[in-house]
Design a protein. Structure first.
Length: 334
């Protein structure tokens, strides 16, 4: 562990030498990371909003068809919670209190469950797949006070380790009825940012490993896998910021190229809507070889390049305005 932490410290020193970055560049990086962090943190908890949809909800206030009100609120609330955490940093906030934790949670759960937003649970909760129950509700206030006292005693301990330990200890207590996962990752990043580190993001493809690492730590007391995963996320963000300072893109550090391509592709229903035709028409053009899918999603759904929409519109124009037959259209388009 010491070697890994030394490596993180060295990379932070590299970043510090490149600071300050131009304000406009910092703003652009933060805006992109805020969307990515919101998307991944909510996806870990089961949200079905994808990366592009999350950006539309946060940045444009657009309602995404087929998505629940809760999912929209989870996105906007998380973005506001990041802003709140960042404002704490800007004000020089050094010590985390129980009120800070409750205020963050209140933002996370606003409009979703106002009765319990910012309030410790008063009943036992059962976590699906968890190896054991969290402590009873009567223990929560004492456990949280103990957590804050522990945090105050961590002066001199490497901040990345403190942030990781805080995350795990909070998860074990599970002080709220809902929103614990989002809140603990925000607290982890609050500690990191207080110490000059960038936001660390657990990627969606790391979800299973992340949950397994927490489960293993809970059952065996062995946090090695959890440390490795979080330390890796911190290193990834440091590398991204160092690359940005050198004029390179941060996106490849967080998104695989294949994932980025799939993110911009369209399912058949979306193609039909944008082309103003029925799904059967799209399927017919598929059978005739006019169009073809770019790839398939993990669930087996066909995914099309957006250019297909313009091709379908041109086919309809040729049929309507020039009255060409299917054979003639094939010849024209070929």
């Amino acid at each position: 562990m010491d070697e890994k932490l030394k490596k993180l410290s060295e990379k932070k020193r590299q970043l510090d030498k490149l600071r300050p970055l131009p304000p406009e560049q910092v703003k652009n990086i933060q805006e992109w990371l805020d969307v990515e962090y919101t998307y991944t943190s909510n996806a870990i908890e089961g949200s079905t909003l994808n990366r592009s949809e999350t950006a539309l909800v946060i940045e444009k206030g657009i309602t995404v068809r087929g998505k629940t009100l809760r999912e929209h609120l989870e996105a906007t609330n998380h973005a506001k919670a990041i802003e709140f955490v960042r404002s704490m940093i800007e004000k020089g906030h050094q010590f985390i209190s129980e009120d800070d934790i409750k205020n963050i949670h209140k933002i996370v759960l606003a409009g979703i469950d106002d009765d319990w937003a910012g309030k410790y649970r008063l009943r036992q909760v059962f976590i699906t797949g968890a190896p054991q129950e969290p402590p009873g509700p009567e223990e929560v206030p004492f456990r949280m006070k103990t957590l804050i006292e522990w945090l105050k005693d961590q002066q001199g301990v490497h901040p990345v380790k403190v942030a990781t330990d805080l995350h795990y200890r909070f998860v074990v207590i599970h002080p709220f009825v809902d929103g614990n996962g989002r809140t603990t990752r925000l607290l982890m990043n609050l500690v990191l940012m207080q110490n000059g580190y960038p936001i660390a993001i657990i990627k969606t493809e790391e979800r299973e490993a992340y949950i397994d690492a927490i489960r293993k730590a809970t059952v065996t007391g062995d946090l090695d896998d959890f440390y490795s995963l979080v330390f890796g996320a911190v290193e990834r963000s440091l590398d991204a910021y160092i690359a940005a300072a050198k004029g390179k893109s941060i996106i490849p550090f967080f998104i695989e190229k294949t994932e980025l391509v799939s993110e911009n592709l369209l399912q058949i229903g979306k193609v039909a809507t944008l082309a103003n035709v029925g799904i059967p028409t799209v399927r017919y053009y598929l059978e005739q070889g006019f169009i073809k899918p770019e790839t398939k999603s993990k669930g087996g759904f066909m995914l099309f390049d957006p250019k297909v929409v313009e091709r379908i519109k041109e086919i309809k124009r040729l049929q309507k305005e020039e009255r060409l037959s299917i054979a003639e259209i094939k010849k024209r388009l070929s």
